[in-house]
Design a protein around this ligand. Sequence first.
Ligand code: WTA
Length: 642
Amino acid sequence: MTQADSRVAHLPTTSYYCPSGKYDELWRRADEDPEGFWAEQALELDWFKRWDKVLDWKAPYARWFVGGKLNLSVQCLDRHMKTDVRNKVAFYWEGELGDSQVLTYGEMYRQVNNTAGALKRLGVKRGDRVAIYLPMIPALPVVMLACARIGAPFTVVFSAFSGQALADRVEDTGAKVIVTASGMHRRGKILPLKENAVEAAARCACVEKIVVVKHTHHQVEMDPNRDVWLSDILSGCDEYVAPEDMDSNDPLFILYTSGSTGKPKGILHGTGGYSLWIAKTMQWAFDTDAQTVWWCTADVGWITGHSYVVFAPMILGLTSVMYEGAPDYPALDRWWAIIAKYGVTAFYTSPTAIRMFMRHGEEWLSRHDLSCLKILGSVGEPINPEAWLWYYRNVGKERIGISDTWWQTETGGFMISPTPGIQMHALKPGSATKPMPGVVPAVVDADGKELPNGETGFIVIKKPWPGMLLDIYRNPDLYHKTYWSRFPGYYLPGDYCMKDQDNFLWLLGRADEVIKVAGHRISTAELESAIVGHSAVAEAAATSRPDEIKGEAIILFVTLRKGTPPSVEIKNELTRHLRATIGTLATPEEIFFVNLLPKTRSGKIMRRLLKAVATGAAVGDTTTLDDGASVDEAKAAFAELT
Ligand code: WTA
C-alpha cells in the first residue's frame, strides 16, 4: 500500500452525492462532439475573425480555433465598455498596510491602454517578450493586459523568487524589458524587488530597460540609461491603443514551472482555447453570476493567479478582491476581515492556508460575519479530508459547498472539480470529484493499462482540451518527453489518482520528482542543482516528507567537500544559499550531512530509499543498491539528527 492509499483508507464515510442531469449531459456532448460543443461555447468570446477550424489535433499538439483572431485584453476590457460592467468594480485592492484602491472596469481599461502606449514607446513590439516581476498590486494585472494588448508575450515571475531565479527566466525568454516595483511589503518589511531586477539585468544581455512602478517609498537607485519609472513614460493624457489581432494560437504568456529537470520549463499558452477554457471552467466550478464577489488568494506569479485572479474573472466581468500581503498580518484574522469588509461571495484558497488557520483555532473566524459566502474553493495540493471538513464546517458553516479544483500550470484551467454551475453538487471530502466537460481522464498502471475502480495508478488525459499548453517554450523535445512519451497519445500530468466506486476521482499527489511545498511547485533536480552550486557541497539529493501544514517539506541529503566539516554554520549557510539562488520557497526543513549518497549500481541516487529514511518508514528492498553501508549511514544520520 502506498502512502497515498493509506490516506484514502482513512476517509470519513460522509458523502454528499446527488446525480446531476445537466452536468452529465454537457460532459457527454463535449465528449461525443468536441468541435460542435466548443464552437458553440466560443461564441461567448469576442472574435475579430471567426476560426476556420475548431480543432487541429496532431498528437501531441492541439491547436484550437485555428485561423481565429482575437485579443485577450478585448475579452477582459473592451467588450465590457459597451455594457454596465464599465462602471462595475473590477478589483477591490487592499494593501498590507491597510491602504486600498477601488478599480472599475473603466479605470482598468484606461490604465491598460495608457500602459500599452508607454510600452510601445519604449520599443516593445508585437512578439517581443516582457518579464513582469511585480508584487500583488493593481499594476500587475494592468501590465499583463497591456502586454496582451500589444501582442507581447509576457512571463510573470513570482515576487518571492530571487534575482538569480528571475535571471534564469528572463534569459530563457530573451525578455527585452523587465517591469518591476520599487519594492514590496511583506509582514511589515520592505523587500527590494528593484535590486533583484538589477541583478537579473546584469546577467542577461537581452534586457534593455527596467520599468519601475513606484510602490514602496524607499530610496531606489535608477540607472539613467536603463531604468525608467512607469509614471514617467505614461503620456500624461489618456490614449487608445488598438489591440493587436492575435492568432488564436499565438503565444500569450510563458509561465515557468518545475518538472523533473534541473531548470524550470516555460509553459506556453495561447489566447483562443485558453481564454475560453478558463472562463467556462470558472463559471462551472463556482456558479458565478453578476453579483459574485470573487476572492482567489493565490499570487498572480502562479498559474492560479493568471487564470483565476486576473483573466477569467475579468472575462466574466466579475468583481474581485486582490490583497497584497500575508494572511496573518497584522493578525490571524486578516483574511476573514477582508471577506466581511468586501462581502466576498466566492472564496478560493489552498489547503496549506486552511491547515494553518485550523491550527490557530476558530476564534479568529468568529470575530467576523462570513454569512456573505456562498461557495468555497481549494487548489494547489491534495486537501486532506480533515482540512476539507474543517473548511466546510467553520468557514462555510455547513451551508455551502467546496469546489476542490485539480489542475496544473500546463492545463491552463480546472480539469477536475465539482461543477455547481451546471448542477453537479455532489461532494466527498478530499475528492476533486468529476472531470469538467471536455476532460476525459483515465487511471492507468505502469504499462498504461486502465485500472479497475478502487486501484491507485497514474492519471492520464485521453483527449485534448481547449486550455492545454501549446508547448514548452523553445523546448519541444522536452514537451514530448515530459507529457507524451510514457503513454503515447495520452497527456501525462504526473499525479497519482484513484477512481472510486461512484467514479469520483481522488488526486493523491505527485508521482514524480516534483515537491509541493505549501502548494508551490519545486523539483528535486532544481534544488539539487542549486545546492551543488555552493563550493562546500560535493553531492546532494533532495526529497520531501509530509508536513502537517505545508503538505510537504523539503529534506536534503548533502555530502560536503573535503575540508568542510558538518556544522550548524554550514547548514545555515546552505539554507541562505538556496534562498538566494531560488527564493524563500526553497527553504529546506532539514539538511542531513552524509558521507555517501545511496546509489544504484548504475550510479542513480536511490530516491525511494532517501524518502523512506526522511519519513522514518521501512527501507524495503535494497538489493539494487551499490553500497549497503551508505544506506545505513543515511539512516544513522537521520536517527542522529531527528
Ligand atoms: C497539484 C496549480 C490535488 C497536483 C494549479 C498538480 C492538486 C500540481 C490540486 C500542479 C488538487 C493542484 N488536488 N492536487 N485540487 N490542485 N494539485 O502547476 O500535484 O502549480 O499536478 O498548478 O498541483 O501544480 P501547479
